[in-house]
Design a protein. Structure first.
Length: 217
């Protein structure tokens, strides 16, 4: 039975590509279809971070303060912490790659910049693979398309029993958002810095500020 038949039996569609690291034939199914990669994008972020540190464009030992009042939602790690967290730039990478920490991911995207990440991805031959925003911006955009002011407003929402705002309706709206449809994604041009956040108030970089190594406890 091939992959498409297996997916069809459980009522799913999907894309698959598995290839030996040392070379050889890949197992593929719809491998060239555009998809929303979810946390797979963290591999791109990690590669760009490590290259930036290796080439001196980013100071690996530089300190980053992850403010307690500015947290990208997530089920693990820093997202669950109440207080400010101070950490080095390079230590954000294993935090992101081992437990898929969303706060660490957005902090690295902020430090590196989307153009640098996407330029590296393009240089590796992945011309159609782009990160279009950080995770918090993506969640806010999805919430707005679903009819909420931002993601925190969506997270606080409790269905009131009306058919117009039932749990099923909200799930359908979220499933139809542009973040989950790569054909509608706003793709940033290569080599140009893209705005990751359009909300009012302090910028993400102001809220997630760098602090000097000498100030570290």
């Amino acid at each position: 039975m091939d992959i498409s038949q297996t997916l069809g039996r459980v009522g799913c569609s999907g894309s698959v590509c598995a290839a030996p690291v040392t070379g050889g034939s890949a197992v593929e199914h719809s491998a060239d279809d555009l998809v929303t990669p979810a946390s797979v994008l963290k591999i791109q972020v990690a590669l760009a971070a490590l290259e930036s540190i290796a080439t001196g464009r980013l100071e690996g030992s530089g300190r980053v303060l992850l403010a307690g009042n500015c947290r990208t939602p997530g089920p693990v790690g820093v997202s669950l912490m109440a207080d400010d967290v101070e950490i080095s730039v390079r230590d954000l990478v294993p935090l992101m790659m081992t437990i898929s920490d969303n706060v660490a991911t957005d902090a690295l995207i902020d430090q590196i910049g989307l153009p640098t990440i996407n330029d590296l991805t393009s240089a590796l031959g992945l011309e159609r693979t782009r990160i279009t925003s950080d995770l918090m911006t993506m969640l806010d955009d999805m919430a707005r398309e679903a009819g909420f002011a931002d993601y925190p407003a969506l997270a606080r929402f409790t269905p009131d029993g009306s058919p117009e705002m039932s749990s099923d309706v909200i799930r359908q709206r979220l499933a139809a958002t542009s973040a989950l449809d790569p054909t509608r994604a706003r793709v940033p041009p290569l080599g140009r810095r893209s705005a990751c956040c359009s909300r009012s108030g302090p910028t993400r970089r102001q809220r997630r500020r760098r602090v000097s190594s000498s100030a570290a406890s």
